[in-house]
Design a binder for this molecule. Structure first.
Ligand code: 13P
Length: 256
């Protein structure tokens, strides 16, 4: 299984800034083929980024994929402000991030909605990354693993058989954008739990599913985190906004 190092830019970068980033970033990773790299810019920059990546692909072997940060589950209709899987298919989007903690907490997305989106993404050939994670209050109450199990069971309800087309990101809410990273041991404890849960749910068919860690990943902590047996890549927020830092995270992850 190739590890996945993914960038979630959140609500950062215009089209022009995205193209400028790709001009700097793409040449630096052109020979890195043993890890998969994904970038998820905002919706407005997806079309330009898709054209730019397509051109790069034609120039040679290439390992950078494009992701969306969200999508709606319907194909079309009266859903003001939403983006459909068909629209993402047109732009050759490979991945979609679903159930991110900012979607859950700021926009009040519930597990049932996230499950419909997961189902729809798989139906349309877009690989979903299901994000899960506990708040600091939940960690302090000692219910971290219950929260994670609940989010995964509800998020994957009815699609356990599709595990080979799904990745999961563990992002503790208290570590996102705070500079506080889970220690490698804290992260590994949850990742090990997720691995055994999805192994059980999919009846052993989980070897193509990567479990990514997200939450204040930086070049300085990437090596120790990726050494953990059940950490199969990263979902990086703020440090991915700088092409050099994101490149260093990738390089530091490869050393192990
Ligand atoms: O939410 C994240 C990625 O999806 C993590 O964000 P930070 O890397 O900024 O903590």
């Amino acid at each position: 299984m190739k590890y996945l190092i993914a960038a979630n830019w959140k609500m950062h970068k215009t089209c022009a800034e995205t193209l400028d980033y790709l001009d700097k970033f793409l040449p630096s990773v052109k020979d890195i083929l043993n890890v998969e790299i994904m970038i998820a810019p905002p919706f407005t920059a997806l079309s330009s980024a898709s054209i730019r990546l397509d051109a790069a692909k034609k120039e040679g072997e290439f390992n950078v994929k494009l992701g969306a940060q969200n999508m709606y589950f319907e194909e079309k209709g009266a859903f003001t402000g939403e983006i459909s899987p068909i629209m993402l298919n047109e732009l050759n989007i490979d991945y979609v991030i679903l159930g991110h903690s900012e979607r859950r907490h700021i926009f009040k997305e519930k597990d049932e909605l996230i499950n419909k989106k997961m189902y729809s993404a798989i139906e349309h050939g877009i690989r979903p990354i299901l994000c899960v994670g506990e708040t600091i209050e939940e960690r302090e109450q000692g219910i971290t693993l219950n929260v994670i199990e609940n989010q995964i069971r509800k998020g994957l309800a009815g699609i356990e058989k599709d595990m080979p087309y799904i990745d999961i990101a563990y992002e503790p809410v208290w570590a996102i954008g705070t500079g506080k990273t889970a220690t490698p041991e804290q992260a590994e404890e949850v990742h090990r739990f997720i691995r055994s849960l999805i192994n059980e749910m999919s009846k052993g068919n989980d070897d193509k599913t990567r479990i990514l860690y997200g939450g204040s990943v930086k070049p300085e902590n990437a090596t120790d985190l990726i050494k953990q047996e059940n950490i199969n890549g990263f979902l990086v927020g703020s440090a991915s906004l700088d092409p050099e830092k994101f490149y260093k995270i990738i390089i530091n992850s490869l050393e192990e």
